[in-house]
Ligand binder design. Structure first.
Ligand SMILES: C[S@@+](CC[C@H](N)C(=O)[O-])C[C@H]1O[C@@H](n2cnc3c(N)ncnc32)[C@H](O)[C@@H]1O
Length: 237
């Protein structure tokens, strides 16, 4: 088994306490004692992980990510039109956003995060790299706050498992995606004990399908050609 990755030392949460669900949405969650990496809130039996704080930006930008995750291979599989508008939800430092931006030269990447410090980092990096089509966007824990039918696609990399309100987030994505729009979900493979990431920061294909299909998305495919992650594709009907 590979040495334990720094992913096993995630930062303190920024959203540590489960918040009440919106009264307009039926309560889809259960609650129990929190495990050390979780928030004690469960969705379809999965305990939601703590949020990675912005002090971990260095870990997101680490050099060995290409070897561990093969992001260039993942991005090549996204099949984006040059004018596509794609949201990178839970963009963090924009590690994926900036690598996707050359693939959508006439479109843009909306880099959504709930931590203003992540958005500050994204803005500074856009200036440094001279990239004009990565648009930082402040989301909320329970919604992406994007206009209806404004996205061709949405990507979530190592992020969905820590959304404190996954059902509300998926409902907001159904609203923001165009009909027929695509969701790309990258999560560390929960089925594989050789993937050296904490259990709550991994997800099985079955669990992801349970949650996304319950939210109304249609499962299209899964590719397990990446070193450690699933690349799951869902479609907005
Ligand atoms: C582990 S980091 C991954 C960052 C990036 N996707 C990457 O792979 O480099 C997860 C990010 O998701 C963000 N996040 C957590 N809940 C969120 C939500 N409801 N909406 C948007 N971003 C969220 C966190 O603030 C954090 O920056």
């Amino acid at each position: 088994m590979a040495a334990l990755s720094p992913a096993c030392r995630k930062e303190e949460p920024v959203v540590a306490t489960p918040l009440p669900a919106s009264p307009s949405v039926p309560e889809p969650y259960t609650y129990s004692n929190a495990s050390p990496d979780g928030i004690g809130k469960f969705h379809h039996g999965r305990e939601i992980a703590k949020v990675m704080g912005h002090p971990a930006i260095g870990w997101l930008e680490r050099d060995d990510r290409e070897k561990e995750e093969a992001p260039s291979k993942a991005i090549a599989a996204l099949n984006l039109a040059p004018d596509a508008v794609i949201a990178d939800i839970g963009a963090g430092s924009g590690y994926y956003s900036f690598r996707i931006s050359p693939h959508v030269p006439r479109g843009k990447v909306v880099a959504v995060d709930i931590q203003p410090e992540m958005l500050d980092f994204l803005r500074a990096k856009s200036r440094e790299l001279g990239i004009a089509n990565v648009e930082p966007h402040l989301g909320a824990v329970d919604g992406v706050n994007l206009p209806a039918a404004s996205l061709d696609a949405a990507l979530m990399v190592d992020a969905y498992h820590e959304f404190s309100h996954p059902a509300e987030m998926l409902a907001s994505l159904r609203h923001a995606l165009k009909p027929g729009g695509t969701i790309y979900l990258l999560e560390f493979r929960g089925e594989d004990p050789e993937v050296p990431i904490k259990v709550l920061h991994k997800m099985t294909e079955a669990q992801a399908r349970l949650e996304f299909e319950a939210a109304g998305f249609r499962f299209v495919s899964n590719s397990t050609t990446l070193p450690w992650q699933h690349l799951l594709v869902f479609r907005n009907p």
